[in-house]
Design a protein around this ligand. Structure first.
Ligand SMILES: NC(=O)c1ccc[n+]([C@@H]2O[C@H](COP(=O)([O-])OP(=O)(O)OC[C@H]3O[C@@H](n4cnc5c(N)ncnc54)[C@H](OP(=O)(O)O)[C@@H]3O)[C@@H](O)[C@H]2O)c1
Length: 257
C-alpha cells in the first residue's frame, strides 16, 4: 500500500514547497498533488525526486472532490501527510466583493478544507499528520482583509478542535498560521473594484522556511504552527490586547482610517 502525501494548492507557493520538502521524507513514497492548473502541476512533477501523481481538482467544487476520492477509494493509499492548503484572498472593502465571489472564497478556504479533511481521515493511519493552512489573519479581525481573515479564523478553530477529536486515531492536526509569505498569493489580492488598500508588508517570509517549521511542528503534534518572531509577537499581542486596539494599529500601519 503506497504511503502518500496528499497536498492541495500544490501548483504554487507554499503547497509546492510542501511537495518538495515532504518528498524528501522516508515515510513518503508518493506525492499526490492537487490544484486547478495542470501545467504547473506537471512542472512540479518534473522537479520532485519521488513519484508525483497530479490531479486537476477545484477544491471549492464538492463534486470534483468526490470524484477525486473515488480514486483514493479504489487504490486505498495510506495518507501519511494530508496538507489542506489551497486558498486565496482579496484585500478590499467587504462590498467590493460580490456575494458570489465572497461565497466562492468561503467554499475554497473553508469548504475545501472540511471536505478534504473528512474524506482523507479514514485513510490516515496512526502517526499520520494533517496540516490545514490558516493564517496570521486568523488571530484577530482585520479590516479590509475581513472575509479572508474570517475564513482563516474558521480553519484555525476547526483544526485545533479536530486535533483533540482525532487524537484517538493517532493522527495529529496542525493549523499553519503564516504571516506575509512571498508567493503568487499577492498577484490577485488587489484584483477587485476599488483601490489597493492593504499594501504595506513589514516582512515577507520565505515559503521554504515557513514550511520547514510547519513540518517540524506537525511532527511534534502541535495544533498550531506560527513561523517567525514578528508573527509570534503578533499572535501574543492579539491575545493580550483589546481587539479594537489591534485593529487600530493595523489600520495605522496601512495608512487607513
Ligand atoms: N502568501 C501569504 O502571505 C499567505 C499568508 C497566510 C496564509 N496563506 C495561505 O497559504 C495558502 C497557500 O497560498 P500561497 O501563499 O502559497 O499562494 P499561491 O502561490 O497563490 O498558491 C495558492 C494555491 O492554491 C491553489 N488554489 C486556489 N484556489 C483553488 C481551488 N479552488 N482549488 C484548488 N486549488 C486552488 C492554487 O492553484 P491553482 O490556481 O492552480 O488552482 C495554488 O496552488 C493559501 O491557503 C493562502 O490563503 C498565504
Amino acid at each position: 500500500m503506497a504511503k502518500i502525501a496528499l497536498i492541495t494548492g500544490a501548483s504554487s507557493g507554499m503547497g509546492r514547497e510542501f511537495a518538495l520538502q515532504l518528498a524528501g521524507r522516508p515515510e513518503v513514497d508518493e506525492i499526490w498533488a492537487l490544484a486547478r492548473n495542470q501545467q504547473k502541476l506537471d512542472e512540479l512533477a518534473a522537479e520532485v525526486q519521488k513519484p508525483v501523481r497530479t490531479f486537476s481538482v477545484d477544491v471549492s467544487d464538492s463534486a470534483q472532490v468526490a470524484v477525486f476520492f473515488e480514486t483514493v477509494a479504489a487504490e486505498k493509499p495510506e495518507i501519511v501527510w494530508c496538507i489542506n492548503n489551497a486558498g486565496w484572498g482579496k484585500f478590499c472593502r467587504c462590498d467590493e466583493l460580490s456575494p458570489e465571489e465572497s461565497l466562492s472564497m468561503i467554499a475554497t478556504n473553508c469548504g475545501g478544507v472540511v471536505n478534504m479533511a473528512l474524506r482523507a481521515l479514514p485513510y490516515m493511519p496512526k502517526g499520520a499528520h494533517m496540516v490545514n493552512t490558516g493564517s496570521a489573519s486568523a488571530f484577530q479581525p482585520l479590516p479590509y482583509v475581513g472575509l479572508y481573515g474570517a475564513t482563516k479564523a474558521f480553519v484555525r478553530s476547526y483544526s485545533r478542535a479536530m486535533n483533540k477529536e482525532v487524537r484517538r486515531q493517532g493522527v495529529t492536526v496542525t493549523c499553519m498560521c503564516p504571516y506575509w509569505v512571498g508567493t503568487n498569493f499577492f498577484d490577485n489580492v488587489h484584483e477587485h473594484p476599488g483601490n489597493a488598500v492593504v499594501t504595506k508588508y513589514e516582512v515577507m517570509y520565505k515559503a521554504e522556511d515557513v514550511i520547514k517549521t510547519a513540518i517540524r511542528d506537525a511532527g511534534r503534534g502541535k495544533d498550531m504552527s506560527v513561523h517567525g518572531w514578528i508573527n509570534k509577537f503578533q499572535h501574543v499581542a492579539a491575545k493580550l490586547l483589546p481587539q479594537r486596539l489591534v485593529m487600530w494599529v493595523f489600520l495605522k500601519k496601512q495608512g487607513l482610517k
